[in-house]
Design a protein around this ligand. Structure first.
Ligand code: CTP
Length: 401
């Protein structure tokens, strides 16, 4: 997993810095290329000589020496991952505030790669409201935080705040790196809704829409291809799926789709609602075919169906990733963001019915994904299989946070 990966390891001033020696050794043994940046304070805890020997690279520490300037931008672009372990309370606070008074902080601010931190501090510092707030701020920047351990602390006390063990850090980073490969969903379960629904009016007529089910099927195939066990809840679509890892549940109406989805969701790590579910269904289904009458008009009374996405959003548990779609014809972004919020989704995939090569029936789609934390990714028009990959890539990022 680490072969050929470039890890930039930040070491800060904490007793746990001694563990970074073992961490470097493990990373190197796994095949990673490691460059270490030390903060000035960390040199009191672990020497550059030890770290450079183990990492097989010179240790970087200063923003500049007498005649050279350390290129933090280049460093931030070189790395596949910036891992800061241990992360001291002081560096945490500076990162949260955007301070830049050493090379590690300058590199952090210019890093374009994922940033992972392994905090280390005494329990009282760990529990202090300012530490909590700073960690939340880092989370809001998209940085990943490796949970601290519970045990003996440098103060001699027992409690929370110990840096995770090097082996645990290695596992955490390994899972992250795996998220970029193609078998990153082994052991995960996914629920996908796809296709239209039919809302019966009488024994021979129904209300429906033009959804073909292609996008949802492409998503199910992508998820299963990456190792997930998929429940595909498929409305009346002419298409069918035969792929290992996909169990297809054929449904007709919005009510059927709701029932099967609710059952499957309790087992799911991921749920992607790509079905074009009817929003309204006839209050009564005529037992016999409705005959023409003398009148020029016919009134049908409709009632709202249950919103499956919203129902799942209401019962979603921590760790479950919920994705909705929004197909709009105007004010696309505003409507998509509205749905993201009211339905408690983690991601909303917007496709505009105004765009050519997007939406129902066609083999391509052009999407923009919005995340709950305010991010937005716009993609080119692509075949639905590739669109499915883009969506699942975003899901995987959330899943492994
Ligand atoms: N959805 C659902 N159950 C419904 C209606 C919609 O799960 N009864 C899901 C769709 O699968 C999609 C998202 O909700 O992921 C958005 O659906 P859409 O019909 O575009 O939005 P609505 O919430 O129905 O709003 P409106 O029709 O007013 O645009």
């Amino acid at each position: 997993m680490f072969q050929g990966k470039k890890i930039l390891l930040g070491v800060t001033g904490s007793i746990a810095a001694y563990k970074s020696l073992l961490l470097v050794r493990l990373l190197i043994r796994e095949g990673a290329t490691v460059k270490v940046i030390q903060t000035p304070a960390s040199r009191d805890f672990v020497t550059p000589l030890s770290l450079s020997t183990l990492s097989r690279n010179p240790v970087l520490s200063d923003l500049s020496t007498a005649d050279t300037w350390a290129n933090h931008v280049e460093l931030g672009r070189w790395a596949d991952i910036l891992l800061i372990a241990p992360l001291s309370c002081n560096t945490l606070a500076k990162m949260a505030q955007g301070l830049c008074d050493n090379l590690l902080l300058a590199t952090y601010l210019s890093a374009v790669c994922p940033v992972v931190v392994a905090p280390a501090m005494d329990e009282d510092m760990w529990r202090h409201p300012s530490t909590r707030a700073n960690l939340e701020r880092l989370r809001s920047f998209g940085n990943l935080i490796i949970p601290v351990g519970n045990g003996e602390l440098a103060s001699g006390l027992h409690g929370e705040g110990r840096m995770a063990e090097p082996e645990e850090i290695l596992d955490f980073v390994g899972v992250m790196l795996k998220a970029g490969t193609d078998r990153d969903l082994v052991g995960k379960r996914a629920l996908v809704t796809a296709g239209p629904t039919y809302e019966a009016i009488d024994p021979v007529r129904f209300i429906s829409n033009h959804s073909s089910g292609k996008m949802g099927i492409a998503l199910a195939e992508e998820l299963a291809g990456r190792g997930a066990e998929v429940d595909l809840v498929l409305g009346p679509s002419a298409l069918s799926v035969h792929q290992q890892g996909i169990t297809t549940h054929r449904v007709i109406s919005a009510a059927d789709m709701y029932k099967v989805s609710m059952e499957s969701f309790s087992r799911a790590d991921i749920a992607i609602m790509s079905a074009a579910v009817a929003d309204y269904t006839p209050v009564e289904v005529a037992a016999e075919k409705i005959k023409k009458s003398g009148s020029d008009s016919l009134m049908l009374e409709l009632t709202r169906t249950k919103d499956i996405l919203k129902s799942l959003g209401d019962i979603k548990k921590k760790g479950q990733v919920l994705v909705g779609f929004a197909l709009e014809t105007k004010d696309e972004k505003a409507y998509a963001l509205g749905k993201l919020q009211t339905k408690n989704a983690d991601l909303i995939v917007l496709n505009s019915a105004r765009e050519e090569g997007a939406g129902f029936g066609v083999d391509t789609n052009k999407i923009t994904i919005f995340s709950k934390d305010g991010k937005e990714w716009a993609y080119e028009q692509k075949p639905k299989q590739q669109v499915a990959k883009d969506i699942v890539d975003q899901v995987v990022k959330l899943l492994y946070v």
